[in-house]
Design a protein around this ligand. Structure first.
Ligand SMILES: Nc1ncnc2c1ncn2[C@@H]1O[C@H](COP(=O)(O)OP(=O)(O)O)[C@@H](O)[C@H]1O
Ligand SMILES: [Mg+2]
Length: 264
């Protein structure tokens, strides 16, 4: 038997062209239902090109688990993450979140994945920092004048939660993001995405370009975040990630994805 109690409220505003994509996520549930993030037979051919970058890709990742995609350069991994984040649309197939009852039967229709539900951290995210202080970097695109007090309080609490979930609470929000160490820049990039409480966090090569200490720091952070959010990473750093990985897939050349154990 399933009992579910949900508390919800809606803030109903939109900020065009912003990184901030709000929706209501507060809920209290007593339930054995679970959800899976599912890619169903997705193919992708960029407009004006002759061949597919991705061919019949399927993947299913249970909520609050950690998935890793590995494979050679040019096989289509980053393209897949961009489709997942809604930055381009599949040529065919679908990307959705499906809820299941505790007996494994699907619960309601699948919800199509949308940019509000997915946070994406690109490879070398610090290259895309825009502001000259951490506060502006995280709140880039937030409403400035029109927000009333309840909304401002809500935004402030989201900001605080995101900053503390990546261990940046001890750092002054006045600091220039470019002055942070490599590992702390990655923390900031994660906070920017976590502020919207995504269902899924996707990261493209999260350890690339970091020294050994920062790499260990990011791995530890991802281990903590895994408790709160479903994570899918693309990485070549299989040894360092192995302890976190629940499921793994090999992207073969030509954009064909197969579930395979990590080749350690
Ligand atoms: N918009 C595009 N138009 C044409 N080809 C593209 C486009 N985006 C990526 N590609 C090609 O698709 C292939 C897969 O790229 P990518 O997803 O970046 O691979 P990976 O991340 O696995 O290295 C590459 O051959 C790349 O050149
Ligand atoms: Mg790539």
């Amino acid at each position: 038997m399933t009992t579910s109690l949900s508390l919800s409220c809606s803030f109903g505003f939109e900020v065009p062209n912003s990184r901030l994509k709000f929706r209501d996520t507060r809920s209290l549930k007593v339930s054995c239902d679970y959800s899976r993030f599912e890619i169903r037979d997705v193919s992708y051919r960029p407009p004006g090109t002759q061949s597919n970058i991705l061919s019949g890709v399927s993947l299913s990742l249970t909520e609050r688990s950690f998935g890793l995609i590995f494979g050679r350069s040019g096989s289509g991994k980053s393209t897949l993450l961009q489709l997942i984040a809604g930055l381009s649309k599949p040529t065919s197939g679908s990307i959705c979140i499906q809820r299941y009852r505790d007996d494994g039967s699907p619960h309601q229709s699948p919800i199509l994945s949308s940019p509000e539900r997915v946070g994406i951290v690109f490879q070398f995210p610090e290259r895309y920092f825009l502001a000259d202080n951490i506060l502006d970097e995280v709140t880039f695109g937030w409403p400035r004048q029109k927000a009333g007090l309840p909304l401002k309080e809500h935004l402030a609490s989201r900001l605080q939660r995101a900053i503390s979930s990546v261990g940046l609470s001890g750092i002054s929000l006045d600091k220039d993001p470019r002055s942070l160490s490599g590992g702390y820049k990655r923390r900031l990039a994660l906070a920017i995405q976590l502020v919207q409480s995504p269902d899924l966090l996707v990261l493209d090569e999260p350890l690339a370009g970091l020294d050994w200490k920062a790499r260990a720091d990011v791995v530890k952070l991802l281990k903590n975040l895994k408790e709160k959010v479903t994570i899918l990473v693309v990485s070549h750093d299989l040894q360092e990630m192995a302890a976190l990985v629940d499921q793994s897939w090999h992207m073969h050349m030509g954009g064909m994805l197969k579930e395979e154990p990590l080749p350690l």
